[in-house]
Design a binder for this molecule. Sequence first.
Ligand code: IVH
Length: 691
Amino acid sequence: MTEQEVKQRIDRLISEIDTHNYSYYVLDNPTISDYDFDILLKELESLEKQYPQFKQPHSPTQRVGGQSAKSFGTVVHKEPLLSLGNTYSLSEIEDFDKRVRELANGVPFDYVCELKYDGLSISLEYEDGLLMRAVTRGDGTKGDDVTSNIRTIKSIPLKLHGNFPKHFIIRGEVIMPHKSFNKLNAQREKLGLELFANPRNAASGSLKLLDSRLVAKRGLDCFLYFLISDEITQPLHSERLKIAAQWGFKTGNYYRVCGGLQNIFKYIDVWDKKRKSLPFDTDGVVIKVNQVDLWAKLGFTAKFPRWAIAYKFKAERVSTLLESVDFQVGRTGRVTPVANLKPVSLSGTTVKRATLNSEGFIREMDIRVGDTVFVEKGGEIIPKIVGVDTALRPLHTPPFRFIENCPECGALLQKEDDEELHFCPDSLHCPPQIKGLLSHFVSRKAMDIFSLGDERIELLYNSGKVRNIADFYDLKYNDLFLLGSPVVADLFSQEEPLTAGKKQSVLKEKSVENILDGIEKSKNVPFEKVLYAMGIRYVGEVTAKYLARYFGSIERLQQASINELMNVNEVGERIAAAVVDFFANKENIAIVERLKKHGLKMEIVSDKSNNMQRGALYGLKFVVSGVFSISRDEIKRQIEDGGGIILSAISAKTNYVLAGENMGPKKKKKAETLGVPVISEQEFFSKFVKS
Ligand code: IVH
């Protein structure tokens, strides 16, 4: 291809990929298979790599910046980000309508009703059709520049199509759909991290992350609802939403033009019911005057525009008796108090249980067994206790006391240092924690034994055949065959066992073979994944990779001190201590020994072709600091691909400090003191990455 042809192909690919992204993320109507989409994306990536001069900032490959920011810049909003007056009452909407009619003084108008998306507001600025800046609401006059995080949201166009104004601002709401929210909390639970209470908090927490690569994994979405530009001639807000959709924005198809109060009430009524089946949270309805030139005439109150109002859905609240409290032990060992309530009907379902979160939550509300409590559906999903009717408290009701021992295994509970959360520390003997670890061990990113799902893990555990991760490798055909039969008679009858409605879980020949085959194959899983699979507290996939590469083998990792561990990229005191604790336990050592005997990979197997090609980097320890002409991530990848190791802090063991622009003076001084050579990006490439 000539350079001209390459450029044309890149432009073509960008536009094709953008169109497919638009169909998938905005219209919710995929037009290409994942496989074919990946082929297009890979072709684009490869052309951009070969011809960096044609790389464009709005290319779909450039959604993730790949560099962690230290903090967000502050930006003053060109137009303040206003909030709306809120109401829970239909009669206040009547008052609102009356006021608007008076001020409109006979000029005809109508309204647009929209969903009130439950997320956080964002202001996007476009110049010549390209996304230039994204700013959070902040205090309304200035907010955080979160452009690199916003770029990762696939439904937000980086480049517009059609006939758009040269410069404009569009505002909307960043939300986390239920699917992403549930996935995120499931992951956090596995890692023993505190769960997000609702999708709004999760969306807000995600946008605050300083590393856009993490934000990209959070599955955020964004609805746009307010266009600001002097260059737009459309006189109606509803038409502005329509043209914004034509440029590529997700405006949602939920808004409706409503002539008057009756239509507004109907819209509210319809969505108060239908919202429960939406794939995201909405907490109300926003009612806006449709005629934009009336907005200026209607003006503002001290705080809010007079041309719009937000109606908030009422969370249905009921009161009932708190009969008792159970304590549930999760797969990470966290102990959660759960209220057993006198069954009560709430938003169409019967509620018998509600989470009490933690000891602190119970103490703050002074909730006691025997109390009459108020229950709401929090975030529309999980019922929660929102208050106590103390007037109805029986005399001499004692304050609530949290249990001291694990209800599953009896171990003395521990509290996380500064938090109010209780944990059972005996992960090796506590049944839910053992099952959690077994599931984690076989999961896709760990040993990838896909023939073992949660149901089968439960079966293996309950039958006593597998009580720790090494037991998988002792399983024989006869241990598994027909495991799970409810009664022996079923083995001989032609009828289905009495497990009506539930998937039959008896292990037959084929399943047993699949399980044994999966276990056998897992012996080829590389060391870094084995290390992740072991479930050392706080050691996630990435940390396991860094630890494996740094130490090279389980023996060396086992002997490492806290200080040495803290040399490893992304390993702080908490993780280092968890690793040391893990290997200080004799039972863990015995399990590791058994895994070793079974032939699992316990050291890094070096890829010879790679080392031969870039032999100069192999085994060298680097600290990377400052800003480079390519992303810091790319630099790190180059080092690791060549067998080099990234450290987070300079020590005597560091071979080189790779310094970009603006490297901190402290680091420079430390390198000098310890005699560690400091090399520039250019020196690095000419010395180690010869092309
Ligand atoms: S319009 C000047 N429309 O609700 C008018 N806001 O209480 C700007 N929100 O701060 C806001 N969905 O964060 C508007 N369809 C919608 C909305 C919406 C959610 C949020 C927004 C705003 C708050 C108002």
